[in-house]
Design a protein around this ligand. Sequence first.
Ligand SMILES: Cc1ncc(C[n+]2csc(CCOP(=O)(O)OP(=O)(O)O)c2C)c(N)n1
Ligand SMILES: [Mg+2]
Length: 547
Amino acid sequence: MPTVRDAALDVLRQHDLTTVFANPGSTEVPFLAGLPDDIRFVLALHEGSVVGAATGYAIARDAPALALLHTTAGLGNAVGALSTARVNRAPLVVLVGQQDRRHLVQEPFLAGRLEQLAGDYPVRTETPPRAQDVPGAIARAAHAARTLRGPALVIVPMDDWAQPAEELPLPAPAELRLSAAADTAAVREVAALLASAADPALVVGAGADHPTTWEALTLLAERLDCPVWQESFGARAGFPQDHPCFAGHLPADRTRLREALSAHDVVLSVGAPVFRQYPYEGGPLADAGTRLAVVTDDAAEAHRAPVDLAVVAELPSFCTALAETAAKSDDRASQPARPRPERAHSEGHRGERPAPPPPPQEGEPLRAAHVLAALARRLPAETVLVEETPSSRPDLHALVPARRPLGFLSAAMGALGFALPAAIGVRMGAPERPVVAVVGDGSSLYQIQALWTAVHYRVGVVFVVLANGRYAVMDRLADKHESTAPWPAFEEVSVSGMARALGCSARRVSGYDALKAELDALLPGLPDSTRPLVLEVEVKADETFQP
Ligand SMILES: Cc1ncc(C[n+]2csc(CCOP(=O)(O)OP(=O)(O)O)c2C)c(N)n1
Ligand SMILES: [Mg+2]
């Protein structure tokens, strides 16, 4: 007689959830002991890394990934990472172990109050009413993770796995299709808005990070001959950043945002909010003369957008249809509407990349920008760059263009501790892509033990750690308050030392020549590498920060 565990394993196989990222406890042993050979187990040494790696894996494969967490202590440790998975829109099926049903009412050791622990970050949380409902709950979680794009939790009491399964069809579809044909009326409406513009612009974001969408937006931008901005603080790139139409990253405050968009009478945002801010400033997001529209597959993003027109649509098919329609009705110049203004302003942004800094002179300290420029010159175009380097993020955007879909990835909400495990998960999910994580020294410490997982499972990622010995971005934010910060620097911390203690090769370099030599030796082997490496580079903290 098949058990609930047998039936659940079949559901996992059916949904291609055969890699389980986990940190186990006693409540998970009945599921894990004697795991069949076709289920790959990946141990991470903290739940933040379990979920971070699963998130990277899900993003790289564009498919649900499976994580297994221990009751309260495990789920509790994972909440930050689960919130990142939700905001990064990564589909995860998360099994959470629970004490034995038969004495749960007596609150035995390890009994968990689990349902509300992750707040409303999960897209779905289910505690199956009977053991026999566990396999169906896992199938529903897989569907919910995919359609709602985030973590779906199933809480499983440890005695459920050994129960006899019910031999009935699961209350979940065997196959679920997300129907995605573009609505022609909506396409025509957006195309007409663009056609009516004298000087349109596009803003792209994480939602547009898909090969088909990139291709369609490239065609659209070329047809419209218009600049394309990347949203500020986006988790992923929505357009090739080495394309002549690429205008750079939008500023994250309203004054500079209005300035950046002031030349345009229509701005269409695709797969990005209108518009993401960081430091608060009053006033409108755009000048009164600019009409705004958004196309997104995230209904909530559409609902909160202060725009004339919002369209909720699956982006690859919508953007393809939009580019075709815009091409057919390329009659913008013949519109009687507005005279086409001199495009000096918008033209000025296009293709213009800030020049890399000149190499440091004798005695001049190495800065993050030197490291990033040296890296940019050497990275293959297919690289996935995972970013978690707060004070240097503006330099990274300016100096290291994302040239392929999934060329850039970061934690959508800025929660530190994502980059290390996520980079590992990405490389496991897309072994054909070189993966480089650029991480601040402070940031690297939130999930440093993820390095062990990379070593053990032979995941060849290069981690470039920008070692300025402090939380530089926090220092710069305190400067804006014109007062001193109570937090100290931590110059004695050696990230390379910690890496070595975890079994990971690591080197600490100082000086430009040593850096170049390391990168030249390292990067050619990156595509085939099965050994992670930490390159800790001593840099001087930057004195300004303007996102
Ligand atoms: C989990 C978490 N805790 C705290 C913060 C707040 N925080 C944002 S940036 C930062 C410092 C980052 O330091 P480091 O990685 O060294 O980068 P640097 O500023 O030096 O470039 C901190 C503590 C956060 N974003 N996430
Ligand atoms: Mg730092």
